[in-house]
Design a protein around this ligand. Structure first.
Ligand SMILES: [Zn+2]
Length: 290
């Protein structure tokens, strides 16, 4: 089945359209450009997102409830920008619904991803794992990087699917991460910006994410693909407003801030690294590819 696919295969499991870009867009573009097969699985359509394009505001869940269908199109444009051609929705588009933020009544929707039966959802992913046979999988940590129920559920589903796949599952599993050292630098730099996302944060330890440098296993330098990442962000216009601080970073710090992505290694052996922290610079390092 995988004979027709490139030897290196990367699977990403994300919660909503746009999550693939912010945390892993440069890494995806890097591996597409390097000739690896990149499969993106998105678990929901992101129906409960806020809408930052005023003309489209009536698409929101409380009105026409058409945001999910619109975000499907945004996602396909983002994938095109990153060069990703293999994109699927877990269980098919619309199988699982965006659960909204933790504690909201939307968590209780019968199709909410938060309510999904773990083994059923993992079963959908297991089929993809068997088909693609990725050596490397990327998802979130137990806290879903920052606590959103769909991100936590994506973590559980991805880890359960890998467990069900057993020896046929990915050799290495990574979780998205941000080093506290980088966040500290960022907070200092952001103090100068008009639109400072950390304005209410006194110290990095108060943020719902962040890991020490020695917990981080890999630093992916995707700065060469920074333009693709920004184009993919632009494709998610309903979610990332034109005046977003994300573009502020882009303007002020260039590719360095947005083009570099960090990961924890949750399964598999750490390959050779570089730099003062001996971080891996290739998620496939040490993988036995044909
Ligand atoms: Zn999300």
């Amino acid at each position: 089945m995988t004979d027709a696919l490139p030897p290196r295969r990367l699977l990403l499991v994300h919660a909503h359209p746009d999550d693939e870009v912010t945390g892993t867009g440069a890494t995806m573009a890097h591996y597409v450009a390097a000739g690896a097969h990149v499969t993106l699985v998105t678990c929901t359509l992101g129906e409960e997102g806020e809408i930052h394009v005023p003309e489209l505001s009536q698409l929101e869940a409380k009105q026409a409830d058409q945001l999910g269908g619109y975000r499907l199109v945004e996602l396909s444009r983002a994938c095109a920008a990153l060069g990703v051609t293999d994109h699927r929705f877990l269980g098919g588009p619309g199988r699982y619904r965006d659960s909204g933020m933790m504690g909201l009544p939307t968590n209780e929707h019968p199709r909410a991803f938060w309510q999904a039966d773990l083994d059923e959802a993992a079963g959908h992913l297991l089929e993809i794992i068997k088909e693609i046979q990725p050596q490397v999988m990327i998802t979130y940590d137990e806290n879903g990087f920052y606590g959103h129920p769909d991100h936590i559920q994506a973590h559980r589903v991805a880890m359960r699917a890998a467990e069900l796949a057993g020896a046929d599952g990915p050799e290495k599993i990574y979780w998205t991460a941000m080093p506290l050292s980088v966040l500290k630098e960022g907070m200092e730099a952001f103090r100068e910006l008009d639109d400072n996302p950390f304005a209410d944060v006194e110290k990095v330890e108060d943020l719902p994410f962040g890991h020490t440098d020695d917990e981080i296993a890999a630093r992916m330098d995707g700065t060469d693909h920074y333009d693709r990442k920004v184009a993919a962000m632009r494709a998610h216009a309903t979610q990332i407003p034109d005046n977003s601080w994300l573009y502020g970073i882009a303007g002020d710090f260039g590719g360095e801030f947005m083009g570099v992505e960090y990961f924890l290694l949750a399964k598999g052996e750490r390959g050779p690294g570089e730099g003062p922290q001996n971080w891996e610079n290739d998620l496939f390092s040490g993988v036995k590819t044909p």
